[in-house]
Design a protein around this ligand. Structure first.
Ligand code: SF4
Length: 350
């Protein structure tokens, strides 16, 4: 693991002290108010709900009915009675919404909005892995395709992975996929040996614990806030439990807890370790505080494929629609329901 971390590319290191004023500047957005009005009108006409992930562009977050992490989005989808659900996120999130809401129309504004972590294992690879370990239990992070979930026993978030693994019988082998950082972290904190798939998220290439420590050293008055959502931050969980990231003045927090921490803190500056889309809400709600990305290069290009124009077109054309084969949906639902049942021991939910 150390070797793997060392060989990753080095992003430029704009220290917070030099970037905070520009980091808190108003969003640059070329979308016209007329386009956003059109989206709102189409939403009413279609009886639609717009769900947006925390990593979406500011304009998408602003026009959405709900903004949250992947677990929160699943829960919001499960609750809505809207005829149309538009998932502004990546494809596996739209699949999960369709599995939970089979009778509603689920749209994703760009069908190519994938996830490099989910794509690091396909169903044939998983079946071959299972054949090598007959009788093993399969624990899949939520960032997986519906077909992979259908072959898994448990679906987990970063928040409940530890609790799920602790609950499994000691005499069963465990196959943990696809995130090697989350797997290594869970192994460390539970002491449970697992077989871990060596998958990772491309955004990892921009988040390096050693560089984050350098930024912290240059900004000793700032707290480090880590949001344990999505594969781009599981490396931070791993580094913190390994001691590579100092735990002093660093906090693993959900979005809501990040907001209350910053609101109540006597500090005025915060480094945020997650995909940069998360900064929008923090800055909007607490304009008097300074938030900077712990790594400004941590941008998920798949999340940013969703644009207001594509969202407008999806609502207008009711396309692209997301479908999941009923048999796959039925089996994946078992693993997803288990994910929704186990309480988080880490704050991965809204
Ligand atoms: S940040 Fe990484 S894990 Fe999250 S959606 Fe993007 S590619 Fe997938």
């Amino acid at each position: 693991m150390e070797q793997r971390l060392r060989r990753q590319s080095t992003a430029p290191l704009p220290l917070m002290s030099g970037v905070t004023s520009s980091m808190n500047s108003p969003r640059e957005d070329s979308e016209t108010p007329a386009l956003l009005d059109e989206i709102r009108a189409l939403r009413r006409e279609r009886n639609a709900v717009i769900l947006a992930h925390n990593y979406q562009a500011p304009a998408i977050q602003d026009v959405a009915d709900y903004v949250g992490d992947s677990l929160g989005l699943s829960q919001a989808a499960a609750k809505t009675d809207a005829a149309v659900i538009v998932m502004c996120g990546v494809y596996f999130m739209a699949e999960t919404a369709k599995i939970l809401c089979p009778d509603q129309t689920v749209l994703i504004p760009d069908r190519d909005a994938g996830c490099s972590l989910a794509d690091s294992i396909d169903v044939e690879q998983l079946r071959a892995w299972k054949r090598e370990h007959p009788g093993a239990l399969v624990v899949a992070y939520v960032n997986t395709t519906a077909a992979v979930k259908a072959e898994s026993d448990y679906c987990v978030t970063s928040g409940n992975a530890e609790a799920v693994v602790r609950s499994l019988p000691a005499d069963r082998e465990i196959l943990f996929l696809p995130d090697m950082f989350l797997g290594a972290h869970v192994e460390r904190v539970t002491g449970r040996k697992m077989h871990v798939w060596m998958g990772e998220c491309h955004v990892h290439a921009g988040i390096r614990p050693d560089e984050i420590e350098k930024r912290r050293a240059a900004n000793p008055d700032a707290d480090l806030l880590i949001h344990p959502e999505c594969g781009c931050t599981t490396q931070m969980l791993w580094a913190r439990s390994a001691g590579t990231i100092e735990s002093t003045d660093s906090y693993v927090l959900s979005t809501e807890k990040m907001l209350s921490h910053a609101r109540e803190s006597s500090k005025s500056r915060f480094l945020v370790a997650t995909e940069t889309g998360m900064l929008h809400r923090l800055r909007t709600e607490l304009p008097e505080k300074q938030f900077a990305a712990a790594d400004p290069g941590a941008v998920c290009r798949y999340m940013k494929m969703i644009t207001p124009r594509k969202l407008r077109d999806a609502l207008r054309d009711l396309a692209p629609q997301v479908e999941v084969e009923p048999e796959i949906a039925k089996r994946a639902r078992v693993a997803i329901d288990r994910m929704l049942e186990v309480p988080a021991t880490q704050p991965s939910r809204e």
